[in-house]
Write a protein that binds this ligand. Structure first.
Ligand SMILES: NC(=O)c1ccc[n+]([C@@H]2O[C@H](COP(=O)([O-])OP(=O)(O)OC[C@H]3O[C@@H](n4cnc5c(N)ncnc54)[C@H](O)[C@@H]3O)[C@@H](O)[C@H]2O)c1
Length: 279
């Protein structure tokens, strides 16, 4: 028996499942036989994914949920019931220098990328602990391992996400709940969220293909792997943090990490659907 959570017959919740990595994760989980629950703040994006899953004979339900709204999350979770896998995927980026950012942009990044982790996970964890099964996936980023220019809010939010995931893993182990966790640290992915970013060494630090990341996430859920860092070179970045700061900074310069955002044209202020209520 796999150490992780088998997807055939499982109930899998994907936040931000209407686009990019979330959409692809939902489609592929449905292909593996899961019943997929897609939550997205955009009804149009969610509906499109529902049509795609149904067209391939998959099992899906879609709810319009703003994951930053704790009451809306609780209400929607009550309607969904127990799930076996929670994929905390919804995320936003602002891509501004700290000198240029706004209060709203910072608050939104923190609300979607950090606070929602608490609202969504707390809504479903009691059922997983009660049934002693399941996996909580937290999508952090390579920016959750090292800081990056023009990502002071995004990187901080992804470090917080990583801290959330690691602490949750510690709690689940200490209390022997049987619930597993998976934290995901991808470099840039070709979803459109980070359109315009450039990578200096495309072989070493490629822009990842959405389907490859989603496949790796689902493989990790099924095998029980608890940390996924893509591509492999990114694994050395946190180790390099042990170097003296000038050496570490020089390494980041050589890799071009802090220039990746120079031509960023991605989904800044992607407020889809305007103010939202709930399901
Ligand atoms: N794209 C990358 O380069 C990259 C790299 C590393 C990590 N990530 C992370 O991967 C995750 C998915 O990113 P993506 O590239 O697929 O982005 P995306 O913009 O394609 O998709 C994000 C989805 O989240 C939804 N969403 C946003 N705010 C929401 C809210 N308040 N409530 C519910 N849904 C909301 C959006 O409507 C959208 O459908 C994010 O957490 C992101 O930070 C992305």
């Amino acid at each position: 028996m796999a150490r992780g959570t088998a997807l055939a017959g499982a109930r899998v919740l994907v936040t931000g499942g209407g686009s990019g990595l979330g959409r692809r994760t939902a489609l592929l989980a449905a292909e593996r036989g899961a019943h997929v629950v897609v939550w997205d703040v955009s009804a149009a994006r969610g509906d499109a994914v529902r049509d795609e899953v149904l067209a391939t004979g998959g099992s899906v339900e879609v709810h319009r949920v703003d994951v930053t709204d704790a009451d809306a999350v609780r209400t929607a979770a009550d309607r969904v019931g127990d799930v076996d896998v929670v994929v905390n995927n919804a995320g936003v980026v602002s891509g501004r220098r700290l000198l240029d950012t706004t209060d709203d942009a910072v608050e939104r990044t923190m609300a979607v990328n950090v606070l929602a982790l608490y609202w969504v996970t707390r809504a479903f964890l009691p059922g997983m602990v009660r049934r002693r099964r399941g996996t909580v996936v937290t999508v952090s980023s390579a920016a959750g391992l090292v800081g990056v220019a023009r990502q002071t809010d995004y990187a901080a939010s992804k470090w917080a996400a990583a801290g959330f995931a690691e602490s949750l893993r510690a709690e689940m182990r200490a209390e022997r709940t049987g619930v597993r966790t998976l934290v995901v640290h991808p470099y840039y992915i070709d979803t459109g969220m980070f359109d315009g970013v450039r990578t200096r060494f495309p072989r070493l630090l490629p822009i990842l293909a959405e389907a490859d990341v989603a496949t790796a996430v689902l493989d990790a859920v099924e095998s029980g792997r608890e940390r996924l860092v893509l591509p492999p070179l990114v694994r050395v970045l946190p180790v390099a943090r042990a170097l003296p700061v000038p050496v570490f900074d020089r390494l980041m310069d050589v890799l071009g990490v802090n220039r990746t955002m120079d031509h960023f044209t991605g989904r800044r202020d992607d407020v889809v659907g305007g103010p939202t209520t709930s399901v």
